[in-house]
Design a protein around this ligand. Structure first.
Ligand code: F6R
Length: 611
């Protein structure tokens, strides 16, 4: 949720930290702050965007080669200057930035208050730095040891970074449940919540594991566990390109990411799908094929948009591989005492790979002996590492808060998995398999075609920009797409929108329909086409305004609906990959017409690392 950045080395820390915070701003943007060391500890923080912070500190002496920075998504305490990070110890010598939630902060705070500590903010994070200060004083120990002992008392999730004015050659970081990456340069180190602030300086990174403490001192990195066991840092090489985290001429990351989908899907298919050779291969899946073949159910766990991709998977796997599927909200699954068997294959889906609820659901499933097969975008993320095996979607960094290319990447991987399993199980004939491989290969060009003609969607967005409600209806493979379309609109334009299976409408939502209600039908020519035409008629009879996403050349719905948007024809099982694209564009343009901040919608953050 929050973004944290740290630098220690030979360069000026301030520009590196500010740039890093801008790269991480998608994680939270209600306040920002930095701490620099140059003899004294200098803390500067401000409610608002990183640019607001920058505005208030111009002209100050910012010379320092060590510093930390934070961009906040408030959990404890409203967004204001005081609650912004970094937070300092009572003596002003220590500073901390924190991402996560300290669950026992109230009891720790009470104990510390009894010992005379005075707190300035309402945050849980400030408690940690006072605790470290107290333990350091009482044990007369090093900062490193005080951090280690303090973390044994802390319950909850954290990624922290600490500096002390007593030692300008030392930076300490630690994690449990919230991500932290350390970039290893030439005599310099970069710390961040994810790799995006790091890649322009170095490709060499160390991912911190839970309960690990990193001490960077005198140009050397050492790792140890909270239990004081030394660990060997394992340096990974990042394959991310700098261009992938910049807007590349688009006005917003979201629009860029929508337009990237032909490429991101091509990247997802690369080396895995070769239709001419009848080849479809997912390495992680082949290693765990026995588990897939010997289970009688798959359990998908995810949140938000990733949960919608899981719903598409339900249709795909049941249809193609004839295996029963359960789709679970990770947040419910983890607290529901679910029945999990050792033969179950549990498939978490996550763009960020850091969603706290999904991670907790994985832990639960793992503890019951299930096999975990992760479908993630962020390479090396916590969910990817917590899985026994998995498949990356290779969509590249997704920065826009509203997920777009991750959804189509997830559906692409899930479709590949279903095809592989269907063929292995014999529920999919060789000829149909071959046909589907060729069809899957055409999806990037078909998306490109939709993207090239966004004008009708823009016009619809302009017409309905003032609507108070929207209804999205779809059936079969398009039902999850209806949910996804509604979520996209809600997130970035703040218009209330509901997604429903079209046939469910008559069981309640039909009461909402009047001449002011835009109803988006995803009504492509598939197995449910005739049925959805009846649903369109039901809406028209009640004067609802019908916007229909249709297969190209569909004259019937064209004559019925007020507005139609055509998409190319494809096989039923790949339709979500196409039908979601106009809905992403519709939400984008409605938000633009309404003057909303598309990339940083209110109250949201990209990666939900808290419960
Ligand atoms: C919607 C959106 C969220 C995420 C959800 C899960 O546009 O971005 O609903 O899909 O928070 O996140 P991941 O996929 O990172 O686990």
């Amino acid at each position: 949720m929050c973004g944290i950045v740290g630098y220690i080395g030979k360069r000026e820390a301030y520009p590196i930290i500010i740039k890093g915070l801008k790269r991480l701003e998608y994680r939270g943007y209600d306040s920002a702050g930095i701490a620099l060391l140059n003899g004294d500890l200098k803390i500067m923080k401000k409610k608002g965007k990183v640019s607001d912070l920058e505005g208030t500190i111009s002209g100050e002496n910012l010379h320092s080669t060590i510093g930390i920075g934070h961009t906040r998504w408030a959990t404890h305490g409203e967004p204001n200057d005081v609650n912004a990070h970094p937070h300092a110890s009572s003596d002003g010598k220590l500073a901390i930035i924190h991402n996560g939630i300290i669950e026992n902060y109230q009891s720790l705070k009470t104990e510390l208050e009894i010992k005379g500590h005075k707190f300035k903010s309402e945050t849980d994070s400030e408690v940690v730095i006072h605790l470290i200060e107290e333990i350091k004083k009482n044990n007369n120990c090093s900062l490193e040891e005080a951090v280690r002992l303090s973390l044994q008392e802390v319950v909850g999730a954290y990624a922290i970074c600490i500096l002390s004015s007593d030692d300008d050659k030392q930076l300490i970081a630690a994690r449990k449940g919230s991500p932290l990456v350390i970039g290893v340069g030439d005599g310099e180190f970069f710390i961040a919540s994810d790799a995006t602030p790091i890649i322009e300086y170095t490709n060499n990174v160390v991912y911190l594991d839970d309960y690990e403490i990193a001490v960077i001192k005198n140009g050397k990195l050492t790792l140890k566990s909270v239990e004081d066991v030394p660990k060997t840092p394992f340096v990974h090489t990042l394959e991310m390109e700098l261009e992938s985290i910049e807007k590349g001429g688009f006005e917003h990351f979201m629009l860029k990411e929508i337009h990237e989908q032909p490429k991101s899907i091509r990247d997802c298919l690369r080396g895995r799908l070769l239709p001419k050779d009848n080849h479809l291969f997912l390495n992680g899946m082949s290693q765990y094929m026995n588990k897939f073949l010997n289970t009688d159910r798959l359990i998908f766990i995810a949140c938000g948009t990733s949960w919608h991709a899981a719903l598409v998977a339900e249709y795909l796997f049941e249809d193609i591989a004839r295996v029963s599927v359960e789709v679970e909200y990770a947040s419910e699954f983890r607290y529901r005492n679910p029945v999990i068997r050792e033969t179950d294959v549990v498939i978490p889906i996550s763009q960020s790979g850091e969603t706290a609820d999904t991670l907790a659901a994985i832990d639960l499933a793992k503890s019951k002996g299930a096999t975990i097969f992760g479908v993630c975008n962020v390479v090396g993320s916590s969910i990817a590492r917590a899985s026994h095996a998995g498949a990356y979607i290779h969509a590249g960094p997704e920065i826009g808060v509203a997920s777009t290319k991750a959804f189509t990447g997830q559906v692409t991987v899930l479709a590949m998995m279903a095809l592989i399993l269907g063929l292995k199980k014999g529920t999919l004939s060789e000829s149909r398999y071959r046909e589907l491989l060729f069809e899957l290969d055409t999806i990037p060009e078909k998306i490109q075609k939709i993207l090239e003609d966004a004008e009708p969607i823009k016009r619809i967005a302009e017409t309905f920009q003032f609507a108070k409600n929207f209804l999205y209806l779809g059936r079969g493979y398009n039902f999850p797409v209806a949910l996804e379309g509604a979520l996209k609109l809600k997130e970035i334009s703040y218009i209330h929108a509901e997604g429903y299976p079209a046939a469910e409408m008559k069981h309640g939502p039909i009461a909402l329909i009047d001449e002011d209600m835009p109803v988006v039908f995803i009504a492509t020519k598939d197995a449910t086409y005739e049925k959805i035409i009846s649903n369109i008629q039901e809406v028209k009879a009640r004067k609802g305004k019908v916007i229909a996403i249709v297969t190209e050349g569909d004259k019937d719905i064209h004559n019925m609906a007020e507005y139609t948007v055509e998409i190319p024809k494809t096989d039923d099982c790949f339709i979500p990959l196409l039908s979601v694209i106009p809905l992403q564009l519709l939400s984008y343009y409605v938000a633009i017409y309404r003057g909303c901040n598309v990339d940083q919608p209110r109250n949201l953050a990209k990666s939900v690392t808290v419960e």
